[in-house]
Design a binder for this molecule. Structure first.
Ligand SMILES: C[S@@+](CC[C@H](N)C(=O)[O-])C[C@H]1O[C@@H](n2cnc3c(N)ncnc32)[C@H](O)[C@@H]1O
Length: 213
């Protein structure tokens, strides 16, 4: 494989191997995280019944995929096979896909909502604008996004011991992310920086809910 292709895949490989190793620990650590629960309920309030929902980086499927799949048809994508094994237990109704978010291709207007809870911040930020453009294409008119994005600037870093495995992170700050969303044609309904609770003290994410017209 050429060096440039190796460099492109390196962060993705770190994330995939990392989550294969820590999936069970991450599930215990995050099980009762209140912010995520609040936002999934907000999205459910906005969606009409029986929608097509794409979830990017679904993880173990608890609680987000499970809650979504109780009411909607869900395609849940993740790059970690262990995460998808757990998602199959928690959200058996969802259609699970082992794939890199960056390699996805769907026909235009396939979904009523696209959600990404804490996954985009593992994708090198040079891809974020392009990915958001593609998400917009996949949405039907009136479709919704719910995205957890970075609250602070991080061009790309590896934490050697994140829940006992190496993990890759990359994101823009909140103002840049808001601008990126607006440029893509998504109308922002809310975009707030929210601090995590004690288990991830100091971490701040931008929570975006938006609509394409
Ligand atoms: C922090 S976990 C969050 C999981 C889940 N959304 C939740 O809230 O519990 C991030 C998830 O995104 C997945 N992920 C990260 N980068 C990805 C990529 N490029 N393609 C597919 N999945 C990815 C990881 O494997 C992991 O399961």
């Amino acid at each position: 494989m050429p060096n440039s292709e190796n460099r492109r895949l390196e962060p993705i490989r770190i994330v995939a191997e990392g989550y294969d190793e820590i999936a069970d620990r991450y599930l215990d650590w995050s099980a009762t995280a209140p912010v995520r629960l609040r936002y999934v309920e907000r999205l459910l309030d906005l969606l009409p019944s029986s929608c097509d929902v794409l979830e990017l980086g679904s993880g173990a499927g608890e609680p987000v995929t499970r809650r979504l799949a109780e009411r909607h048809r869900v395609v849940a994508v993740d790059i970690s096979s262990r995460q998808l094994e757990l998602a199959a237990i928690h959200a058996p109704q969802a259609q699970l896909m082992l794939a890199n978010i960056l390699d996805l291709a769907f026909p235009r207007e396939s979904f009523d909502a696209v959600v990404a809870f804490y996954s985009l911040t593992h994708v090198p930020r040079s891809h974020h604008a392009d990915l958001i453009e593609r998400i917009v294409q996949w949405l039907r008119p009136g479709g919704l996004v719910l995205l957890t994005m970075g609250g602070a600037d991080n061009p790309g870093s590896i934490e050697d011991d994140w829940l006992e495995a190496p993990m890759y992170f990359s994101h823009f700050d909140a103002a840049t992310n808001r601008a990126l969303i607006q440029r893509s044609g998504i109308r922002i309904l809310s975009a707030d920086v929210v601090e995590e609770d004690a288990r991830d003290a100091g971490a701040r994410f931008l929570w975006v809910i938006g609509r394409v017209d």
